[in-house]
Design a protein around this ligand. Structure first.
Ligand SMILES: [Cu+2]
Length: 318
């Protein structure tokens, strides 16, 4: 019996360097895989896997940074996940029950204990590092933004004021507003630093353009949330209120229209000259139905008595 125990002991100490060699090999394999992955663009990987749940790469420089962080973190998590699953299945098969004999009882393995304490700390540190960098960059405010837009939220619509400077003291030079019949349109140029200053007339709302991969709460009172984006893709995108603000919260949509700098200047000049939003849209080539929002349409806000759960009501949410 004693001899047998000795043999077992000798065998397990002999397998230890091999196990360590395997762990090192696994680490190297992971590193090689990551290097290979970095050879492909993050966007390629994102689109190959349906953007891992995100709407896409976004329409602003800030959105691209957040997108890249998201895709890279997900791939890193998958690499770790595949490693962990592999080890689990390997253990399950390699050490499955073979007989009634009690297997070798080991208590702990110091190198392994250290390995699986240090590895998660390293992973968290790397994720934290990149998150902090991207977050700081996304939240960065410039001293001289090219455009300043005051976002005014109210139950249940939006007003967008084009301003001649920063802060509450600046003046509104033109504005667009929505009603229960017209979806508010926010026209902005690509390639310029745009500063958003948010204020609410009643309760807390939230300004959200899904394609910007970004939303920020709009507070009433003295809190004036500010953020900046540089848009880089022309198009028309739906915007929403992302904070449950009351009965018609779901109807608080708007549309972001991104155009070239020249067209934006034309639009703003027309608005300054007293044109309506639709007339100014026509000036920059959006005529007819295109002068109105195309990504969303007004909801029927007229209620009948006992209108709940009836097809003709707002609850139908067209
Ligand atoms: Cu709202």
């Amino acid at each position: 019996m004693l001899r047998r125990q000795k043999q077992v002991g000798a065998r397990s100490s002999a397998t230890r360097p091999r196990a360590l060699g395997r762990a090192a090999g696994l680490g190297l394999g992971g590193a090689t895989l990551l290097t290979l992955l970095s050879g492909c663009s993050i966007e390629d990987w994102g689109s190959a896997f349906g953007h891992f749940g995100w709407p896409g790469r976004g329409i602003s420089l800030q959105a691209h940074q957040m997108y890249d962080l998201w895709i890279a973190s997900t791939i890193a998590a998958l690499v770790v996940g595949v490693g962990v699953w592999g080890l689990i299945f390997w253990c399950v098969i390699r050490y499955r029950k073979r007989g009634e004999e009690l297997p070798v009882q080991t208590r702990f393995n110091m190198p392994l204990e250290i390995l699986y304490t240090v590895t998660p700390v390293l992973i968290v540190a790397v994720l934290f590092y990149y998150t902090a960098i991207v977050q700081t960059s996304v939240d960065k405010l410039s001293k001289n933004p090219d455009q300043v837009v005051e976002v005014v939220a109210f139950k249940w619509n939006w007003q967008f004021n084009y301003r001649d400077g920063m802060g509450e003291e600046a003046n509104t030079v033109a504005s667009t507003i929505g009603s229960s019949d017209v979806i508010p349109i926010l026209v902005l140029p690509v390639g310029q630093k745009i500063r958003f200053e948010e204020t609410s007339k009643d309760v807390i709302h939230s300004f959200w353009v899904p394609e910007m991969l970004f939303k920020r709460d709009v507070f009433p009172g003295s809190v004036r949330n500010v953020f900046e984006v540089t848009l880089d893709k022309e198009g028309r995108y739906v915007g929403r209120c992302a904070e449950l603000c009351g009965t018609y919260h779901a109807f608080m949509n708007f549309e972001l229209v991104t155009v070239s700098e020249a067209k934006f200047n034309q639009f703003l000049e027309s608005k300054k000259g007293g044109a309506s939003t639709q007339e100014a849209m026509a000036v920059i080539g959006f005529t007819g139905a295109d002068a109105y929002a195309t990504t969303t349409s007004p909801f029927n806000t007229r209620r009948q008595t006992h209108s709940w759960n009836q097809p003709e009501t707002v609850a139908a949410g067209k």
